[in-house]
Structures are given as structure tokens and as C-alpha cells.
Ligand binder design. Structure first.
Ligand code: CP3
Length: 356
């Protein structure tokens, strides 16, 4: 069968790193591979490093330790990319909100529920407060093997807003939906402030040396279409346009997890450079309707990586086969789970590297 012609993508053909080639629109066999949340508790060396810090934010803001955590999975497994070790919730912290992480409980924030509080967010201090993150990037960059790309990231405004308004993780998003649906103008002010902070944060990461960025919109899928367009697509479009103007050709990967039938509108309307697919997206449909628009990334169910063995091998092979005809980056449909056996990660990388 004839391969469809590779669509044109913005990044200039300057780097030979497989991840960046795929992000420029090249179809590679084997495809490049990295894993969302590839640094973390499933790694014994991460747990040891984590013990050296009193709390998680202090860990994120220690350039030496953050750089080390970034490099750990690459040293052990040889992925095609390192993702900066940090968190999406450093942005609300930098805007002046209280953020903490409690053992076994996840993030805890002081809830922000009123429009009047939005003006108290302190944009001016963002880059200064996040300076340790950029210093970690400067430490990681020269320590990476020559073929490994460095990815920076931020949470997308909607997803970060869910944590700020709910005061942490949520099951049903009642508080944030009440505000977003009931007072869209007021809520848009929060989204706009977050979009501005996100642009500055990503731009500073790029200036410090990251070669691609990913926008994590982990909770995009809980919104109805109308609000998805207003609180997911619109701010993402703004972030993409601002970064394209400041850093032409720098690839941006969008991850609107759970967007379902709205994935296509997300790609066409935001002009995002590449799109990460959660495990609910059917590969054949994504191949036909998305991969001709932008490189795709994904979408192995993280539980298969917990399981390993034949089910993992079969699913990885199906995904690689479905996307072999176009630009593709192997990844999970969401982050690595803490109970994942280390040897299954090595197994997966070996499987994908055997694809030809
Ligand atoms: O991918 C990587 O290896 C880079 C590091 C990274 C972390 N968080 C480190 C982390 C990245 C990219 C993130 C993104 C992130 N953080 C998202 C988007 C992706 C997703 O999973 O949906 C979200 C929603 C968060 C917010 C967050 N941070 C939560 C809800 C939690 C607690 C639950 C959990 O998974 O532990 C965190 C803590 C966190 N962020 C840890 C790590 C390694 C665990 C902290 C610990 O060591 O105890």
C-alpha cells in the first residue's frame, strides 16, 4: 500500500534526534518512545532521591535533584526523550497560591472560588519563583546523550484551574463546573491569567533549553462541547500562537485527555504541533482522521505496562502497526502507574525498538 504523503510541519529540519524528527512529520521505524510520568515512584532510585526532600515542591525546586530525577529513566532505559522533572501545580504556586502535596492524598491547594480573587494572582513573580525549574533544565541539557530530546511541560489552563478551584484532585468537578458554567465571564478571567502564566513559563523553559513542550490537559474530557471550546481550545490556541511567535518551529504537543470526538477540533483549531492520544481513542480512526493533520503520540493503556507479558506485547504491536504510515511517537495513554514493575518498562522499550 502506498504511504500517504507526509504533511508539512513547522519545525525546521535541524536536529537528527528521533523525537524531533517525528515531531517534524517524519515516519520513523522504529518510532521514538518516551513515557508520560517516566520519572516517579515506580523507580527505586526515584524513591531514594525523593526521601532527600522534605516535601514534593522542595524537590521540584532543587535544580540538582530535579535534574537527577529527569535523567533517571533515561539512564536506566534509554528513552528517546527526557521530560523535565517538575509538576503542573508549580504554576499556581508561582502565582501566589498555597500548594502542598500530602503523602497518599495528592495535592492540596487553598480553593479559589470567587472572581474577585483572580486579580490577586501575582503574575509578576512567576518567572522568579520558577527560576529553579529553568536552572534544572540548564543542568540536564549537557548531561543528555546526543540522540535524546528534552521535553518541557505545563498544565493547560483548564486542568490547572480544576485543581485551584476544587482545592486538589476531584472526582466530579462540581465546584469548578459550577463556576465555569454559571459565571463563564468570571471563570474566563482565571483561564486567561493561567494562559498568560503558562506562556511565560513555557517560553522560559524553551529559552533555558527544552526542545519541545507538552501541554497536559488531563481533565479536558470532563467538559461538554461548548465549554470545551471556550476553556480548552481557546486558551490552547492562544498559548500555541504566542509560543509560535516567540519560538518559531518549536514543537508543541497537546494532550487533551478524554476529548473523544473533539480531538479533531482540538488539533485543527488550536494549530497544535502534535497530539497525544489517551487509550480510549481507536487507533484506526486516529490514523485516518488525526495523523494526516499532525504527528500523533500514544496510546498504550498504562495498566498493560503493569501487567507486562503477552498482553503488553500484543497491544504495543497493534498500536505501532496502526500508526506506522505516518508521524508517530510511542507513549502511554496516561502516566506510568506507581505499581509498574521496572522490568516491564525495559520490556516495552525493547519491543518497540524491534519494530521495523
Ligand atoms: O512525566 C514525568 O516524569 C515528569 C514529571 C511530572 C510529574 N507530574 C511529577 C510528579 C509530570 C509531567 C507531572 C504532570 C502532572 N501533575 C499532571 C498531568 C499528567 C497527569 O498525570 O494527568 C497532573 C494532573 C499533576 C498533578 C499531580 N502531581 C497530582 C494529581 C499528583 C499526586 C498524584 C500522583 O500521581 O502522585 C502529583 C504528584 C507528582 N507529580 C508525583 C510525581 C513524580 C508524585 C509525588 C511523590 O513522589 O510522592
Amino acid at each position: 500500500m502506498e504511504k500517504p504523503e507526509a504533511p508539512e510541519f513547522a519545525a525546521p529540519p535541524t536536529s537528527k534526534k528521533p523525537l524531533l524528527r517525528a515531531l517534524r512529520g517524519e515516519s520513523l521505524a522504529p518510532p521514538p518512545i518516551w513515557l508520560m510520568r517516566q520519572a516517579g515512584r515506580y523507580l527505586p532510585e526515584y524513591r531514594e532521591l525523593r526521601r532527600a526532600s522534605e516535601n514534593f515542591l522542595e524537590f521540584c525546586f532543587s535544580p540538582d535533584r530535579a535534574a537527577d530525577a529527569t535523567l533517571q529513566p533515561v539512564r536506566r532505559f534509554g528513552m528517546d526523550a527526557a521530560i523535565l522533572f517538575s509538576d503542573i501545580l508549580v504554576v499556581p504556586y508561582a502565582l501566589g497560591r498555597q500548594v502542598s502535596f500530602r503523602e497518599g492524598e495528592g495535592p492540596v491547594l487553598e480553593p479559589l472560588r470567587r472572581r474577585e480573587e483572580v486579580s490577586s494572582l501575582d503574575q509578576d513573580a512567576v518567572l522568579e519563583r520558577l527560576a529553579p525549574v529553568y536552572n534544572a533544565i540548564r543542568l540536564v541539557k549537557p548531561a543528555l546523550p546526543g540522540s535524546v530530546a528534552l521535553i518541557g511541560f505545563a498544565g493547560a489552563p483548564w486542568t490547572v484551574a480544576t485543581y485551584m478551584v476544587e482545592g486538589g484532585s476531584s472526582r466530579d468537578f462540581t465546584a469548578v463546573k459550577r463556576w465555569a458554567f454559571g459565571d463563564p465571564e468570571g471563570f474566563t478571567e482565571l483561564i486567561d491569567r493561567l494562559a498568560e502564566a503558562t506562556i511565560e513559563h513555557l517560553s522560559a523553559q524553551i529559552s533555558a533549553g527544552v526542545e519541545a513542550v507538552q501541554l497536559f490537559d488531563s481533565w479536558a474530557g470532563v467538559l461538554p462541547e461548548h465549554e470545551f471550546r471556550r476553556f480548552v481550545i481557546a486558551p490552547t490556541q492562544r498559548i500555541v500562537a504566542a509560543l509560535a511567535a516567540r519560538h518559531p518551529g518549536l514543537p508543541i504537543i497537546g494532550f487533551p485527555r478524554g476529548a473523544g470526538l473533539l480531538y479533531r477540533a482540538y488539533v485543527t483549531e488550536t494549530k497544535i504541533g502534535a497530539v497525544s492520544l489517551d487509550q480510549s481513542v481507536p487507533c484506526d480512526i486516529a490514523h485516518k482522521t488525526l495523523q494526516s493533520l499532525a504527528p500523533v503520540q500514544g496510546n498504550l493503556d498504562p495498566l498493560l505496562l503493569v501487567l507486562g507479558g503477552a498482553p503488553l506485547a500484543a497491544a504495543a504491536a497493534r498500536i505501532c502497526a496502526a500508526f506506522a504510515g505516518g508521524p508517530f511517537i510511542f507513549n502511554l495513554g496516561h502516566g506510568v502507574l506507581p505499581e509498574t514493575p521496572v522490568k516491564h518498562v525495559a520490556e516495552l522499550i525493547e519491543l518497540v525498538r524491534r519494530v521495523s
